[in-house]
Design a protein around this ligand. Structure first.
Ligand SMILES: Cc1ncc(COP(=O)(O)O)c(C=O)c1O
Length: 294
């Protein structure tokens, strides 16, 4: 299990109102893009790649974020590279995407145009030039950051291979995983107390892991579940603009993979500064936990 969406999991959710397919290369492991691109082409839909966690990851020799129509990278403090906050968006073409995005982040003002105006309603999402300078510095380092993480992950894989009840990350075929985090799958049929007991065991030994990652799928968070937005309006889930359309519903049974993944995943922190000894320590505690809880 890679925890990523696939063409098979996306297809049943496409409706006549679908405008784009968004895929996330979760934890730095690329999605299997070929079937996804084929599906998107068959429905004439653009593909947006969320590569927030996947700087320099590759799929069939191509960097993720440059495979679909639009690629998004996060510069939030915990990512492979950062400027504190901010992000980078790349697009296949100037029209319509790049031009529209450039306008969108800067209140849609037509700088440089003969008769500039606000062309549409848009926010001010500008990063500062100081942040931009930091990003340029970080770009020079990101390859080394990624390589160090990959190297240490290979050691971790070797040390954990075959530990009963704990599965090492499954890398997508033809891909380079860049290990934003190192995630193990904890088999609740083998490990007593499942991922929660496993996470507690690790935390007590100084490994600040995240069993169940974000705890619950986004669609179970109250904003999406109860649709409490913009006062009592419920916009955009409810309102006159949806007249004649079916209600917006996120039913857990429609997303079985998300619930299963969160119930079994334990996210281990990963870092380019890890030494072999650090990795050996973490692997040692993981094995110890698996033995103690079996
Ligand atoms: C997969 C993924 N997508 C999107 C985001 C959002 O990025 P940002 O915080 O830069 O807006 C994050 C994390 O922050 C993320 O991990």
């Amino acid at each position: 299990m890679t925890y990523n969406v696939t063409a098979e999991t996306i297809e049943p959710h496409i409706t006549p109102r679908t405008r784009a397919i968004i895929v996330t290369h979760l934890f730095g492991n690329p999605c299997d893009m070929k079937p996804i691109l084929e599906l998107a082409a068959s429905k004439s839909l653009p593909v947006i790649e969320d590569a927030a966690q996947a700087f320099w990851a590759e799929y069939r020799g191509q960097r993720v974020g440059t495979i679909g129509d639009i690629g998004c990278f996060s510069l939030q403090q915990g990512k492979h590279m950062t400027s504190g906050e901010g992000g980078i968006v790349v697009a296949r073409s100037i029209e319509p995407y790049s031009r529209r995005m450039t306008l969108f982040i800067d209140k849609a003002w037509g700088y440089g145009d003969p008769k500039p105006d606000h062309y549409f309603l848009a926010p001010n999402y500008r990063m500062t030039e100081l942040q931009g300078a930091v990003v340029l510095g970080q770009l020079g380092k990101v390859e080394r950051v990624v390589e160090a993480r990959v190297q240490m992950a290979a050691i971790m894989d070797r040390l954990l291979e075959g530990v009963p009840g704990v599965q090492i990350p499954k890398v997508t075929a033809h891909s380079k995983h860049v290990y934003w985090k190192y995630c193990v799958r904890v088999d609740p049929d083998v490990i007593r107390g499942g991922v929660d007991a496993f996470g507690r065991y690790l935390a007590e030994r100084g490994i600040a892991c995240a069993p169940r990652y974000i705890q619950k799928p986004a669609f179970m968070c109250q904003i999406l579940r109860d649709q409490v937005t913009f006062g009592k309006s419920g916009f955009p889930f409810r309102g006159p603009h949806r007249a004649g359309l079916p209600p917006v519903e996120y039913r857990p049974e429609d997303y079985p993979g998300a619930a299963k993944a969160l119930a079994e995943v334990c996210v281990l922190p990963w870092n380019e500064k890890y030494s072999e000894e650090d990795v050996e320590y973490i692997a040692g505690v993981v094995k110890e936990a698996a033995n103690a809880l079996r």
